[in-house]
Design a protein around this ligand. Structure first.
Ligand code: DOR
Ligand code: ZN
Length: 431
């Protein structure tokens, strides 16, 4: 079986591709990129007309929550991967805060096997740093790696002990596995429920100071410098976090980091009216932070845009603000938010967006994805970045509807998602 993508504008900075090209896929593998003759077209060839559209490496998400095993009422591997495909993602790395926690070989194997059966995109599990994510004892990191985990993280919770984090870094370098840190100093966060500032004061809600994130970012940078082991900082949300990471990179510290669309689009004002759909951890911050995040994306301090897709049930959001769950279902809005708020205003080029949503996440997790090299599995996303649509959470493929972006008018529609040569989204329709 062959697929021929004709006449799209192909962007892949890794192979220096930036122009109108055809792409031929044979038996799931990219075999040719260039001006491909129509002579190949026969009954066995699926021809996709990509004229006027961008053809990109399939999007890679370095940070999501699939909730499977244990919280399938929020999302499962089938619904989560279908949501990812609808959003243009072909590879996703899922966090271990499931039930049971993905802190051992059997949960990692369960996720990999279930994804093979029910998943429509490539799924890469992330194992827990500490057993049960309790922050007391390291998981068997070698066991997680050999079972197929691509990284370790206690995401959802910080690792309170600096010495445990130091040891996690030391072990990770032995097993060549990426460490991802959720930066939050819990004593300073002190059960706050939104960003500390004007809006928390107006609403009479307990605030989380930016310092809760920044102190931990500083700790991780010091530990990465000390151990000389790379660290990846999850969901960066504040101005000083960006500054600290920029400074550490200048010092030669092996640090990479990600942010998420809600941190470059929204401020804590989105929580006004006690809007629980804007409740997320780390919390939405102030205008100066949003500006600093955009600056960090522009100057390369922030390497990755991840979704932190965090699906929750309506009953966990439709309650009073202080009790509501943290998180935003992000797969189906991440790419259009990046196009609308970063590419269209001229902060990033499409090529830079491909670096942050394909190449860098793949490199940091060692996935061998995120590029259109010949001989690679054909993971490809075809998009129209001028077509406008209105976000309607009722149309999400995710089980979850928790998004503060409902009703937003965005540019950037996903026309095709192709995973290992298989068309999963065709003409905007998830198959
Ligand atoms: O908002 C969040 N939701 N932040 C996290 O760190 C965890 C996540 C979740 O698992 O729901
Ligand atoms: Zn997360």
């Amino acid at each position: 079986m062959r697929v021929l993508i004709k006449g799209g504008y192909v962007i892949d900075p890794k192979t220096n591709t930036d122009g109108v090209n055809d792409i031929l896929i044979e038996d799931g593998i990219i075999t040719e990129i260039g001006n491909i003759s129509d002579e190949l077209v026969d009954l066995n060839c699926d021809v996709i007309d990509a004229k006027g559209k961008y053809v990109l490496p399939g999007l890679v998400d370095a940070h999501c929550h699939l909730r499977d095993p244990g919280f399938e009422y929020k999302e499962d591997i089938e619904s989560g991967t279908r949501s990812a495909a609808a959003g243009g993602f072909t590879s996703i790395a899922c966090m271990p805060n499931t039930n049971p926690v993905a802190d051992n070989e059997s949960v990692i194997r369960y996720i990999i096997n279930k994804a093979k059966q029910d998943g429509v995109v490539n799924v890469y599990p992330i194992g827990a740093i500490s057993k049960g994510q309790k922050g007391e004892e390291l998981s068997e990191i070698g066991e997680l790696k050999f079972a197929g985990a691509v990284a370790i993280s206690d995401d959802g919770k910080p690792l309170k002990s600096a010495s445990l984090m130091k040891r996690a870094l030391e072990y990770s370098s032995m097993f060549d596995i990426t460490v991802i840190s959720h930066c939050e100093e819990m004593d300073i966060a002190d059960e706050g429920v939104m960003n500390e500032g004007y809006w928390s004061t107006i609403m009479g809600l307990k605030g989380i100071p930016s310092a809760a994130e920044e102190i931990m970012v500083a700790r991780e940078l010091i530990l990465a410098e000390y151990t000389k082991v790379p660290i990846h900082i999850a969901h960066v949300s504040t101005e000083l976090s960006v500054d600290l990471i920029r400074h550490a990179k200048k010092r030669g510290v092996k640090v990479t980091c990600e942010t998420c669309p809600h941190y470059f689009v929204l401020t804590d004002e989105a929580c006004a009216g006690f809007n629980t759909y804007a409740k997320v951890n780390p919390p939405l911050r102030a205008k100066k932070d949003v500006e600093a995040i955009i600056e960090g994306l522009k100057d390369g301090t922030i390497d990755v845009i991840a979704t932190d897709h965090a699906p929750h049930h309506e009953d966990e959001k439709n309650i009073e603000f202080s009790l509501a769950a943290n998180g935003i279902a992000g797969f189906e809005t991440a790419f259009p938010l990046a196009v609308t708020y970063l590419v269209k205003p001229g902060h990033l080029t499409m090529s830079q967006l491909v670096e942050k949503m394909c190449i860098n996440p793949s490199k940091i997790l060692g996935l061998n994805k995120g590029s259109l090299e010949i001989g690679r599995n054909a993971d490809i996303t075809i998009v129209d970045i001028d077509e406008e649509f209105v976000v309607d959470v009722k149309k999400f493929k995710s089980k979850a509807r928790n998004s503060p972006f409902n009703g937003f008018k965005l540019k950037g529609t996903v026309y095709y998602t192709i995973v290992n040569g298989k068309v999963v989204v065709r003409e905007k329709v998830l198959l």
